[in-house]
Design a protein around this ligand. Structure first.
Ligand SMILES: [Mn+2]
Length: 507
């Protein structure tokens, strides 16, 4: 690092016309250009259901450019991940391990099988020919039809996946020879070998997310180990170091899809809670919610939970060992009874962007005095914490405020066992830096509640966008005030006929 700084200082004094460091306003601390206002304005114009393919290609190109800007000394090789890794700690989402690849290419499903994306910044000297000026290099290795993939992604350099290993091997093991002699035949390998030969050889690889030591290794790790065996001088870093920061500040496509995911979640929550009535099971309510999501073209950001909350508190479920969460349903066969509250934790995902919402409603449609009292305590905390969200505030300030309010309201802090929230994005619990103050463009879930054992659990979760001067409560449109909930429950569900006919026919 010190060495590089000296070089920069020298170049400024010796070479005329070299610009000093990047504009500090546009690139404050994250090392790449991001302007929230620009992204928010673009987001407002995007129709996520029928996006303009040209705009989409530009959006993904901009994402790749941000990553390239973040790795001036290195290169990044990002593999697609065909199968979700087993036994992750977090909620099971089939796409989870592939999110970084989807984020940078827009390719998912069959189009992303056995693929890899290679990013090499011009600042690393990556010329294709020695007489060519260095330029950023983006190469996509695909198992699908290269021409079709090039057309869809706008990436000009698309090659068969089978060539990846040959090109990397050439660049990493024989760069001293290949630099001179093979420029014309193998431009990318030559570009790689040239940049890697003249600088520290830093390669960012996408290590498995949610990986736990002691579990079976994903086969991808063999490739990483082989790279290091053949090129021991190469420094290998985790691409998540870069991608987590880039993904944490949402761009236009991300913001537009998160809004849509929240909208669809609201639709599902409202329909399902309206349909909920004494005699139905938790699972039946859940299925209505999930159906509405899928009907709108969404998937589940995580398995939906619907739980009955009797006044005496829900029954304790079994403790779930790590890695077994995917086998434990989050809604069960418990039958809703008159006087219950029903609580849900759910989120639809649209184009891989997930909402995360918790709401509560009295099954009978009207709160009892005690239910209203507890509900109002939790709601008051929720609105206060959301109201604090703005750039510069820290997660801990939000958390401490919730704890203090829950404590003052009757010692409810003692049973509040989770943190005040988390980043959301392509992952419902998205990666990000929880220690830095909030910045415009982050999207947070804010979650807390009153959950004393022996009482109904009343917990809220809302999705909040950090804006330049405060916040936007994205999920405000989903009923939350006492009168809004009672009004919602009075409105007949679109599923009423279905629910009643089924109930009668099964009697
Ligand atoms: Mn959550």
């Amino acid at each position: 690092m010190t060495f590089r700084l000296i070089l920069i200082a020298l170049s400024i004094t010796v070479v005329p016309g070299v610009q000093p460091a990047a504009d500090p306003v546009r690139a404050p601390s994250h090392g790449f250009s991001y302007d929230y206002a620009v992204e928010a304005a673009l987001a407002a114009k995007i129709d996520v259901r029928r996006p303009d393919p040209r705009e989409l290609r530009a959006i993904f190109a901009k994402r790749r450019a941000r990553v390239i800007e973040s790795i001036p000394d290195g290169a990044m090789l990002l593999f697609s991940v065909d199968r979700a890794q087993e036994r992750r700690l977090e909620f099971q989402v089939p796409h989870s391990d592939n999110h970084d690849f989807i984020y940078l290419t827009g390719l998912d499903g069959l189009d992303s099988l056995n693929s890899a994306l290679l990013l090499v910044p011009a600042s690393n000297g990556a010329a294709g020919r020695l007489d060519e000026a260095p330029r950023d290099r983006v190469a996509l290795f695909t198992s699908a039809d290269p021409i079709a993939v090039a057309k869809r992604t706008g990436i000009a350099d698309v090659r068969p996946f089978a060539e990846l290993e040959r090109e990397l091997s050439v660049a990493m093991t024989d760069f001293r020879d290949w630099r001179i002699t093979q420029v014309r035949r193998w431009p990318l390998a030559a570009a790689l070998s040239r940049s890697w030969g003249e600088n520290e050889k830093v390669l960012y690889l996408n290590y498995p997310r949610f990986f736990r030591l002691g579990e079976a290794e994903p086969s991808r790790l063999d490739t990483f180990a082989r790279i290091q065996r053949f090129s021991p001088e190469m420094k290998i870093l985790d691409s998540a170091d870069i991608l987590d920061r880039v993904r944490m500040l949402h761009d236009s496509w991300s913001l537009a899809n998160l809004r849509r995911a929240v909208e669809i979640t609201g639709d599902g929550v409202v329909e399902a809670l309206r349909a909920a009535r004494a005699g139905m099971t938790e699972s039946e309510v859940m299925e209505i919610m999930d159906f509405v999501y899928r009907y709108h073209g969404a998937t589940l950001g995580f398995p939906t939970s619907v739980r009955r909350q009797p006044a005496t508190g829900a029954e304790e479920g079994p403790a779930i060992p790590e890695g077994w969460i995917e086998f434990v349903p989050r809604s069960g066969g418990a039958i809703l009874r008159p006087g219950d509250m029903v609580w849900t934790d759910t989120g639809a995902a649209f184009n891989h962007y997930s909402a995360d919402i918790q709401r509560n409603a009295p099954v009978d449609g009207t709160f009892t005095d005690e239910q209203r009292r507890l509900y109002s305590i939790a709601l008051n905390v929720q609105k206060t914490v959301i109201g604090m969200v703005r750039p510069g505030v820290t997660w801990w300030e939000l958390h401490d405020k919730a704890i203090a309010m829950l404590r003052d309201a009757g010692g409810y802090d003692e049973d509040y066992y989770y943190g005040i929230g988390h980043f959301i994005g392509m992952e419902v619990h998205d990666e990000g830096d929880y220690l830095i103050p909030l910045q415009a463009g982050m999207v947070l879930s804010i979650e807390q509640g009153v959950m004393k054992p022996g009482e109904a659990r009343i917990a809220f979760e809302d999705d909040v966008l950090v804006t330049e001067d405060g916040y936007e409560w994205l999920s405000r449109s989903i009923p939350i005030e006492v009168d809004e909930i009672e009004q919602m429950m009075k409105t007949p569900s679109a599923f009423r006929g279905f629910v009643e006919n089924r109930a009668n026919s099964l009697q």
